[in-house]
Design a protein around this ligand. Structure first.
Ligand code: BEZ
Ligand code: FE
Length: 290
Protein backbone atom coordinates (compact mmCIF):
# COMPACT_ATOMS: atom_id res chain seq x y z
CA UNK A 1 0.00 0.00 0.00
CA UNK A 2 1.37 3.42 -0.93
CA UNK A 3 1.98 6.02 1.73
CA UNK A 4 -0.30 8.19 -0.36
CA UNK A 5 -3.18 5.67 -0.04
CA UNK A 6 -2.72 5.38 3.71
CA UNK A 7 -2.77 9.15 4.17
CA UNK A 8 -5.93 9.48 2.11
CA UNK A 9 -7.60 6.81 4.26
CA UNK A 10 -6.70 8.60 7.48
CA UNK A 11 -7.84 11.92 6.05
CA UNK A 12 -11.21 10.34 5.24
CA UNK A 13 -11.61 9.12 8.83
CA UNK A 14 -10.82 12.61 10.18
CA UNK A 15 -13.23 14.20 7.71
CA UNK A 16 -16.09 11.93 8.84
CA UNK A 17 -15.29 12.49 12.52
CA UNK A 18 -15.25 16.27 11.94
CA UNK A 19 -18.66 16.06 10.23
CA UNK A 20 -20.14 15.17 13.66
CA UNK A 21 -18.48 18.07 15.45
CA UNK A 22 -21.66 20.15 15.59
CA UNK A 23 -23.78 17.46 17.26
CA UNK A 24 -25.44 19.42 20.04
CA UNK A 25 -25.97 16.40 22.31
CA UNK A 26 -22.46 15.86 23.69
CA UNK A 27 -22.99 12.20 24.47
CA UNK A 28 -24.30 11.50 20.96
CA UNK A 29 -21.27 13.32 19.53
CA UNK A 30 -18.93 11.10 21.59
CA UNK A 31 -20.76 7.95 20.52
CA UNK A 32 -20.77 8.81 16.81
CA UNK A 33 -17.19 10.02 16.60
CA UNK A 34 -15.85 7.04 18.53
CA UNK A 35 -17.96 4.64 16.47
CA UNK A 36 -16.58 6.11 13.23
CA UNK A 37 -12.96 5.90 14.47
CA UNK A 38 -13.28 2.28 15.61
CA UNK A 39 -15.25 1.16 12.56
CA UNK A 40 -12.72 2.76 10.22
CA UNK A 41 -9.82 1.26 12.21
CA UNK A 42 -11.40 -2.19 11.90
CA UNK A 43 -11.96 -1.85 8.15
CA UNK A 44 -8.37 -0.63 7.67
CA UNK A 45 -6.84 -3.31 9.89
CA UNK A 46 -8.48 -6.23 8.07
CA UNK A 47 -8.25 -4.46 4.67
CA UNK A 48 -11.89 -5.28 4.00
CA UNK A 49 -12.62 -6.43 0.44
CA UNK A 50 -15.63 -5.20 -1.48
CA UNK A 51 -17.11 -8.72 -1.42
CA UNK A 52 -16.70 -8.84 2.38
CA UNK A 53 -18.32 -5.42 2.71
CA UNK A 54 -21.31 -6.65 0.70
CA UNK A 55 -21.50 -9.90 2.72
CA UNK A 56 -21.61 -7.81 5.91
CA UNK A 57 -24.43 -5.67 4.51
CA UNK A 58 -26.37 -8.83 3.61
CA UNK A 59 -25.70 -10.34 7.05
CA UNK A 60 -27.00 -7.27 8.90
CA UNK A 61 -30.01 -6.98 6.59
CA UNK A 62 -30.97 -10.61 7.28
CA UNK A 63 -30.41 -10.06 11.00
CA UNK A 64 -33.08 -7.36 10.93
CA UNK A 65 -35.41 -9.39 8.73
CA UNK A 66 -35.22 -12.30 11.19
CA UNK A 67 -36.75 -10.19 14.01
CA UNK A 68 -40.49 -10.72 14.50
CA UNK A 69 -41.25 -8.10 17.15
CA UNK A 70 -42.47 -10.80 19.56
CA UNK A 71 -39.96 -13.43 20.64
CA UNK A 72 -37.33 -13.43 17.91
CA UNK A 73 -34.76 -10.64 18.24
CA UNK A 74 -31.77 -11.61 16.11
CA UNK A 75 -29.86 -8.40 16.94
CA UNK A 76 -29.92 -9.25 20.66
CA UNK A 77 -28.70 -12.72 19.71
CA UNK A 78 -25.87 -11.14 17.69
CA UNK A 79 -24.92 -8.83 20.56
CA UNK A 80 -25.03 -11.78 22.97
CA UNK A 81 -22.91 -14.13 20.84
CA UNK A 82 -20.31 -11.40 20.24
CA UNK A 83 -20.03 -10.83 24.00
CA UNK A 84 -21.29 -7.25 23.68
CA UNK A 85 -24.27 -7.80 26.00
CA UNK A 86 -22.04 -9.14 28.78
CA UNK A 87 -19.51 -6.32 28.21
CA UNK A 88 -22.31 -3.77 28.70
CA UNK A 89 -23.36 -5.73 31.80
CA UNK A 90 -19.79 -5.65 33.18
CA UNK A 91 -19.30 -1.91 32.52
CA UNK A 92 -22.58 -1.08 34.23
CA UNK A 93 -21.88 -3.24 37.29
CA UNK A 94 -18.19 -2.44 37.89
CA UNK A 95 -18.35 -1.86 41.60
CA UNK A 96 -19.30 -4.53 44.12
CA UNK A 97 -22.47 -3.40 45.86
CA UNK A 98 -23.25 -6.58 47.75
CA UNK A 99 -26.20 -7.19 45.40
CA UNK A 100 -26.67 -10.41 43.43
CA UNK A 101 -24.67 -10.60 40.18
CA UNK A 102 -26.46 -9.81 36.95
CA UNK A 103 -26.38 -11.53 33.57
CA UNK A 104 -27.94 -11.27 30.08
CA UNK A 105 -31.63 -10.56 29.66
CA UNK A 106 -31.87 -12.64 26.48
CA UNK A 107 -34.56 -12.30 23.83
CA UNK A 108 -37.29 -14.56 25.27
CA UNK A 109 -38.87 -12.52 28.05
CA UNK A 110 -42.62 -11.94 27.69
CA UNK A 111 -44.45 -9.30 29.70
CA UNK A 112 -47.69 -9.87 31.57
CA UNK A 113 -47.31 -13.57 32.38
CA UNK A 114 -49.63 -15.08 35.04
CA UNK A 115 -49.25 -13.99 38.66
CA UNK A 116 -48.67 -17.12 40.74
CA UNK A 117 -48.93 -17.76 44.47
CA UNK A 118 -46.13 -18.97 46.74
CA UNK A 119 -45.04 -22.45 45.59
CA UNK A 120 -47.43 -22.58 42.62
CA UNK A 121 -46.47 -24.92 39.79
CA UNK A 122 -45.59 -23.15 36.52
CA UNK A 123 -44.70 -26.34 34.60
CA UNK A 124 -47.41 -27.77 32.34
CA UNK A 125 -45.02 -29.91 30.29
CA UNK A 126 -43.02 -32.93 31.54
CA UNK A 127 -39.72 -32.75 33.37
CA UNK A 128 -37.97 -33.50 36.65
CA UNK A 129 -40.13 -31.87 39.37
CA UNK A 130 -38.34 -29.19 41.37
CA UNK A 131 -38.83 -26.45 43.89
CA UNK A 132 -36.69 -23.31 43.70
CA UNK A 133 -36.98 -21.20 46.82
CA UNK A 134 -35.25 -18.69 49.05
CA UNK A 135 -35.54 -15.06 50.02
CA UNK A 136 -35.13 -11.62 48.53
CA UNK A 137 -32.99 -9.43 50.80
CA UNK A 138 -31.55 -5.93 50.98
CA UNK A 139 -27.78 -5.44 51.02
CA UNK A 140 -28.14 -5.08 54.82
CA UNK A 141 -29.76 -8.53 55.00
CA UNK A 142 -33.32 -7.35 55.68
CA UNK A 143 -36.16 -9.19 53.90
CA UNK A 144 -37.81 -7.44 50.94
CA UNK A 145 -41.55 -8.07 51.18
CA UNK A 146 -43.75 -7.94 48.08
CA UNK A 147 -40.83 -8.10 45.61
CA UNK A 148 -41.96 -9.30 42.17
CA UNK A 149 -39.99 -12.18 40.63
CA UNK A 150 -40.69 -12.55 36.92
CA UNK A 151 -39.31 -15.97 35.92
CA UNK A 152 -38.96 -17.89 32.67
CA UNK A 153 -37.26 -21.07 31.47
CA UNK A 154 -37.45 -23.51 28.55
CA UNK A 155 -39.40 -26.75 28.44
CA UNK A 156 -37.50 -30.01 28.14
CA UNK A 157 -37.48 -29.58 24.36
CA UNK A 158 -35.23 -26.54 24.84
CA UNK A 159 -37.86 -24.05 23.69
CA UNK A 160 -39.65 -21.23 25.52
CA UNK A 161 -43.43 -20.93 25.46
CA UNK A 162 -44.23 -18.26 22.90
CA UNK A 163 -41.23 -19.37 20.85
CA UNK A 164 -42.75 -22.89 20.71
CA UNK A 165 -46.45 -22.33 19.95
CA UNK A 166 -47.33 -25.93 20.96
CA UNK A 167 -46.79 -25.12 24.64
CA UNK A 168 -49.70 -23.91 26.78
CA UNK A 169 -49.92 -20.15 27.46
CA UNK A 170 -47.64 -19.17 30.33
CA UNK A 171 -45.87 -22.54 30.46
CA UNK A 172 -42.69 -22.24 32.54
CA UNK A 173 -43.29 -18.55 33.04
CA UNK A 174 -44.80 -16.66 35.92
CA UNK A 175 -44.70 -13.76 38.32
CA UNK A 176 -44.21 -14.63 41.98
CA UNK A 177 -44.26 -12.25 44.95
CA UNK A 178 -42.28 -12.49 48.17
CA UNK A 179 -44.18 -12.78 51.46
CA UNK A 180 -43.68 -10.59 54.54
CA UNK A 181 -40.42 -12.44 55.35
CA UNK A 182 -39.12 -11.92 51.82
CA UNK A 183 -39.64 -15.58 50.89
CA UNK A 184 -40.45 -16.87 47.41
CA UNK A 185 -41.05 -20.41 46.11
CA UNK A 186 -41.39 -21.55 42.49
CA UNK A 187 -42.57 -25.03 41.68
CA UNK A 188 -41.20 -26.04 38.29
CA UNK A 189 -39.03 -28.61 36.50
CA UNK A 190 -35.23 -28.76 36.52
CA UNK A 191 -33.98 -26.50 33.67
CA UNK A 192 -32.19 -28.17 30.75
CA UNK A 193 -29.38 -26.90 28.53
CA UNK A 194 -30.56 -25.76 25.10
CA UNK A 195 -29.19 -24.28 21.87
CA UNK A 196 -29.93 -20.65 20.99
CA UNK A 197 -31.80 -20.42 17.66
CA UNK A 198 -29.52 -21.38 14.77
CA UNK A 199 -31.91 -20.94 11.84
CA UNK A 200 -30.82 -17.35 11.14
CA UNK A 201 -27.67 -15.38 10.33
CA UNK A 202 -26.31 -15.73 13.89
CA UNK A 203 -26.55 -19.52 13.56
CA UNK A 204 -24.64 -19.33 10.26
CA UNK A 205 -21.95 -17.21 11.95
CA UNK A 206 -21.59 -19.80 14.75
CA UNK A 207 -21.42 -22.65 12.21
CA UNK A 208 -18.87 -20.88 10.01
CA UNK A 209 -16.62 -20.17 13.00
CA UNK A 210 -16.82 -23.63 14.57
CA UNK A 211 -18.75 -22.43 17.63
CA UNK A 212 -21.54 -24.42 19.32
CA UNK A 213 -24.89 -22.74 20.08
CA UNK A 214 -25.52 -24.21 23.56
CA UNK A 215 -26.41 -22.39 26.75
CA UNK A 216 -26.01 -24.16 30.10
CA UNK A 217 -29.32 -24.93 31.86
CA UNK A 218 -30.72 -21.90 33.69
CA UNK A 219 -33.78 -20.22 35.13
CA UNK A 220 -34.28 -16.52 34.24
CA UNK A 221 -35.23 -13.88 36.82
CA UNK A 222 -36.20 -10.25 36.61
CA UNK A 223 -36.78 -9.04 40.18
CA UNK A 224 -38.36 -5.69 40.96
CA UNK A 225 -39.25 -4.05 44.25
CA UNK A 226 -40.12 -0.43 45.08
CA UNK A 227 -37.03 1.55 46.13
CA UNK A 228 -34.63 -1.04 44.70
CA UNK A 229 -32.75 -1.49 41.42
CA UNK A 230 -34.23 -4.07 39.06
CA UNK A 231 -32.19 -7.27 39.04
CA UNK A 232 -31.91 -9.22 35.77
CA UNK A 233 -30.15 -12.52 36.28
CA UNK A 234 -30.25 -16.33 35.95
CA UNK A 235 -29.65 -19.28 38.23
CA UNK A 236 -27.50 -21.85 36.41
CA UNK A 237 -27.53 -25.58 37.21
CA UNK A 238 -24.16 -26.40 38.75
CA UNK A 239 -22.30 -29.18 36.85
CA UNK A 240 -23.95 -28.37 33.52
CA UNK A 241 -21.58 -29.48 30.70
CA UNK A 242 -21.83 -26.03 29.02
CA UNK A 243 -21.01 -23.87 32.07
CA UNK A 244 -17.52 -23.16 30.69
CA UNK A 245 -18.60 -22.50 27.11
CA UNK A 246 -21.94 -20.64 27.24
CA UNK A 247 -22.65 -19.42 23.68
CA UNK A 248 -23.48 -15.96 25.10
CA UNK A 249 -20.80 -15.72 27.85
CA UNK A 250 -23.39 -15.22 30.61
CA UNK A 251 -22.12 -17.53 33.37
CA UNK A 252 -20.87 -16.14 36.70
CA UNK A 253 -19.68 -18.40 39.56
CA UNK A 254 -22.03 -16.79 42.10
CA UNK A 255 -25.10 -17.73 40.03
CA UNK A 256 -24.80 -21.53 40.21
CA UNK A 257 -27.16 -23.70 42.27
CA UNK A 258 -27.49 -27.39 43.04
CA UNK A 259 -30.76 -29.16 42.38
CA UNK A 260 -30.49 -31.57 45.32
CA UNK A 261 -32.35 -34.88 45.23
CA UNK A 262 -35.17 -35.16 47.74
CA UNK A 263 -37.29 -38.21 48.54
CA UNK A 264 -41.10 -38.21 48.67
CA UNK A 265 -41.07 -38.10 52.49
CA UNK A 266 -38.54 -35.25 52.84
CA UNK A 267 -39.16 -32.08 54.79
CA UNK A 268 -40.57 -29.85 52.03
CA UNK A 269 -42.40 -32.54 50.03
CA UNK A 270 -45.74 -32.09 51.74
CA UNK A 271 -45.62 -28.28 51.89
CA UNK A 272 -45.08 -28.05 48.14
CA UNK A 273 -47.36 -30.97 47.23
CA UNK A 274 -44.83 -33.41 45.76
CA UNK A 275 -46.11 -36.97 45.64
CA UNK A 276 -42.79 -38.56 44.59
CA UNK A 277 -39.14 -37.58 44.61
CA UNK A 278 -38.18 -34.06 43.58
CA UNK A 279 -35.23 -31.66 43.39
CA UNK A 280 -34.69 -28.65 45.60
CA UNK A 281 -32.63 -25.55 44.84
CA UNK A 282 -32.20 -22.74 47.38
CA UNK A 283 -31.04 -19.22 46.58
CA UNK A 284 -31.27 -15.85 48.29
CA UNK A 285 -31.27 -12.79 46.02
CA UNK A 286 -29.92 -9.43 47.19
CA UNK A 287 -31.26 -6.18 45.74
CA UNK A 288 -29.39 -2.90 45.66
CA UNK A 289 -31.22 0.17 46.92
CA UNK A 290 -32.17 2.42 44.00
C1 BEZ B 1 -31.69 -16.93 26.91
O1 BEZ B 1 -31.13 -17.39 27.87
O2 BEZ B 1 -32.91 -16.99 26.84
C2 BEZ B 1 -30.88 -16.38 25.80
C3 BEZ B 1 -29.91 -15.45 26.07
C4 BEZ B 1 -29.15 -14.95 25.05
C5 BEZ B 1 -29.38 -15.37 23.76
C6 BEZ B 1 -30.35 -16.31 23.49
C7 BEZ B 1 -31.12 -16.83 24.53
FE1 FE C 1 -32.59 -18.72 28.51
Amino acid sequence: MSMHGNEAEQALTEQVVARFANTSDARLRTLMQSLVRHLHAFVSEVELTEAEWFAAIRFLTETGQMCDGVVRQEFILLSDTLGVSMLVDAINHRYATGATDTTVFGPFYIEGMPERVYGENMAFTPGVPAIVHGRVLTTEGAPVANALLDVWQTAENGMYSGQDTEQPHGNLRGRYRTDAEGRYAIRTIVPVCYPIPTDGPVGRMLEATGRHPWRPAHLHFMITAPGHSTLVTHLFNRHDPYLDSDAVFGVKPSLQVDYCERAAGDANAQQFGFEGGFREACYDFVLERA
